[in-house]
Design a protein around this ligand. Structure first.
Ligand code: ATP
Ligand code: MG
Length: 265
């Protein structure tokens, strides 16, 4: 496991969303989302099923196109570029979008590891294939990352030989191998047996303490309360309430937040 470092205070905005709208056919899934995440901050997103949490995360690395608004990561417009006059935007080229995604780590509910590659090979894949870094360097860094997620002794195991919690920790190490400036987590523990949840949350807690900027969609209210700098409650495609964990969990201002919390706490 990694050592615990204190977070450097900073005002640098890593992620900014302004007026983000997204619809699937008739259904407006994101109805104008405004959010900002600063360097080293952990933002937890909570809310009922279908409220648009996954869609929002997917917009952050342009796995979904947006219908209106702007998303910037590290000061760069994600997925789009200015075109012509009058502030028009067009979609970036696929290669540019891929480059943008390299700096945004994403961990999903399901682990999506390559089944025919070992844990070590899974972690090495991105830096070797995408970044074309020298193999020796990539391997020693991959071993370091496996050590950091507590899996140094599982480097040569295949995914099928690992528990769900171990696979998810490999997935986190694999995302970190690309040196992301931002990590997105979409319910990373909700597919796990209860006894395996803690080990994954532990790795995420260490990562947060090391100063990683993180957006975490989660149903783990204990984790959100303890680790989040800010909590956002979404409902029906809108941010209903945002604040410190103490504010949102202890003194929610909106009925919808109270109603949701009463079902999960
Ligand atoms: N590709 C798609 N096509 C059509 N509708 C979609 C698509 N993806 C999501 N939706 C709809 O958009 C809404 C928001 O879905 P989303 O997955 O973002 O919710 P969520 O908050 O992540 O929910 P959960 O907590 O269940 O994961 C839902 O009504 C969903 O059915
Ligand atoms: Mg979801």
């Amino acid at each position: 496991m990694s050592t615990t470092l204190s977070k450097p205070p900073t005002d640098e905005v890593i992620l900014s969303a302004r007026g983000v709208r997204k619809r699937f056919g008739e259904l407006e899934v994101l109805c104008g989302i405004d959010l900002e995440v600063r360097a080293g901050e952990v933002l937890c997103v909570i809310g009922p099923s279908g409220s648009g949490k996954s869609t929002l995360l997917r917009c952050f690395n342009h796995l979904e196109k947006i219908d209106a608004g702007r998303i910037e990561v590290n000061g760069e417009l994600v997925g789009y570029e200015p075109y012509g006059s009058a502030g028009r935007l067009r979609e970036r080229r696929p290669r540019d979008i891929r480059h943008q995604r390299e700096r945004i780590g994403m961990v999903f509910q399901r682990f999506h590891l390559f089944p025919h590659r070992t844990a070590l090979q899974n972690v090495m894949e991105g830096p070797t294939v995408v970044k074309r870094r020298p193999r020796g360097e990539v391997e020693s860094r991959a071993r370091e990352l496996l050590d950091r997620v507590g899996l140094a002794d599982r480097a040569d195991h295949y995914p099928a030989q690992l528990s769900g919690g171990q696979q998810q920790r490999v997935a986190i190490a694999r995302a970190l191998a690309m040196d992301p400036t931002l990590m997105l987590f979409d319910e990373p523990t909700s597919a796990l047996d209860p006894e395996l949840v803690g080990e994954v949350l532990g790795v995420m807690r260490d990562l947060a303490r090391s100063g990683m900027t993180m957006v975490v969609v989660t149903h783990e209210m204990g984790f959100a309360r303890e680790v989040a700098d800010r909590v956002v409650f979404m409902d029906r495609g809108a941010v209903v309430e945002a604040g410190s964990p103490a504010d949102v969990f202890t003194a929610p201002r909106h009925d919808r937040t109270r109603a949701f919390l009463s079902t999960v706490l």
